[in-house]
Design a protein around this ligand. Sequence first.
Ligand code: F6R
Length: 594
Amino acid sequence: MCGIIGYNGNKNAIPIVIDGLKNLEYRGYDSSGIAYFHNEKIKIIKEKGRISELEKILDDDTPNLCIGHTRWATHGKPSKVNSHPHKSGEITIVHNGIIENYASLKEDLIKEGYTFLSETDTEVAAAMIDYLYSKDNDKLKVLEKLEDILRGSYALLILFRDDPDNIYALRKGSPLIVAKSKTGNLVASDIPAILDYTKDYYLLDENDIAIIGKNDIKFFKDGKEITKNLLTFEFDISSAKKDGYKHYMLKEIYEQPKVIRNYLDHYLNNMDLIPDLSVYEKVHIVACGSAYHAGLIGNYLFEEYGDMEVTCYVASEYRYKKNFINDKTLVILISQSGETADTIASLRLAKEKGAKTLGIVNVVGSTIARESDQVIYINAGCEIAVATTKAYTLQVLTLSLCAYKLGIIKGKIDKNRELELKKSYYNLSKEIEEVLNFDYKKYAKRIAKSKNAFFIGRLIDYYICEEGSLKLKEISYIHSETYPAGELKHGTISLIEENTPVIAVITDKKIAEKTISNIKEVRARGAYTLILKNKDIEISPDIYDDVMEIEELNDLVSSILTIVPLQMLAYHVADSLGYDIDKPRNLAKSVTVE
Ligand code: F6R
């Protein structure tokens, strides 16, 4: 949440920082601002709203050094005064994260004579740095002291008024990268901000400090200068660009066949990279949002193919409840960003209790990737749309491969079946390409007219529905709920009115008849029924309004295909309503607050 960027080099820094902010806007988009040196002072320009609002009020200065911020409000509503950069005395900063003890620090600083304009924790951090600097003129020492004073998570870019040549950067908990390009040095929250200039970057570790000059970059830890490894962004740069698509979300949905093919080429041919879950007594899967929905499918598949005790938890609950885990438990943390605060806290708790931990992560070098005992990178490339699609699909695929390996080890998948399944995995991309061609607009138009929608399914279809429903509500703002198909009549069916959309997923033949009965029940009460089913499940056309048919695949593979029509449906509903699909109301990518 919140994107920060700084540039120090030979070029006019303002357009570089503004472009960088646009590439980071998916992290937060309620206000933005920049700061740079001008006539020996620091000039701050900030505005409420999207970066396009900030652009309208920029001056035509051409500084070579500038820092910028795009905000997702936590402390104080979105407003000009609460937006970053914040200045206190000699210090101007931008911040991503949360200073948990800002209220008590603020009281202390007020006693020291400081006054505050905004409601933010960030202004308190700026004042604290200014206070420390007024006591000790050693910049590095002041920044090191912050580690003991500021509680919470933060990535900070700092300008000292008496040092117009450098940007100071530090991180604890929130990600920060530093990059060297031909025309200058950059520092940013995430890779997309630097990709127009370079693919090479350094990753700041916990409590690292960087001083970013025009020509050189210095890194420090515990008061000593250190060297860091230069990393290279391995993916095609186009994974961070819109490439002619109307929205990133649509582009990322369409990227799925390709990323799945690449993923399988890598992992299916190197099954040693997939852990053997049979050595554990039980498995806990912990994640948030869509990653949790992926976990629900993993839970089901591990039970089916491993005959083992598995439970999937929402991370913000897991970390506070009683958990019976020990060194024979594997805790799997699923996270696209690798920076989700509650998932990180669950990981640390699991480690404290002696459990083994496995991170299923997209962002290379993120906190969860670094702190887990083992990590599987899903290699989705940059995912920019706030609503996840390709990362979710690859999370499910990773869990599916874990179950596949488990089934082989447990003797539930014999040699013939193993080969058959391998074929199904490889067919997946082709099948997805097929379903991308469905005419979603006609169904979308009907759903877009409603205020409420329901998704129903049983077992694995129910878990898919959870994700389909989240996709629909987060980008179209249509209230949507998911129910196990048999549960609807225990109360919720009272909400079904004439034309209420009920989307039913039926891919499991064993229980198809049961869900079909539930569709009849809601149709009899006036619902608009849209069925997503396997081609070879026969359903009489007079029990539904519309149907989408997909190829029948094994349950290890089918959910990865089934989700795609639901992603497309959500997209087209939101698009027909004219919403800003990549930046839904109130949301942000990478939820680094608890
Ligand atoms: C929904 C969505 C979120 C994330 C959740 C976890 O489309 O993207 O629900 O899945 O915030 O994020 P990560 O995977 O980064 O931990």
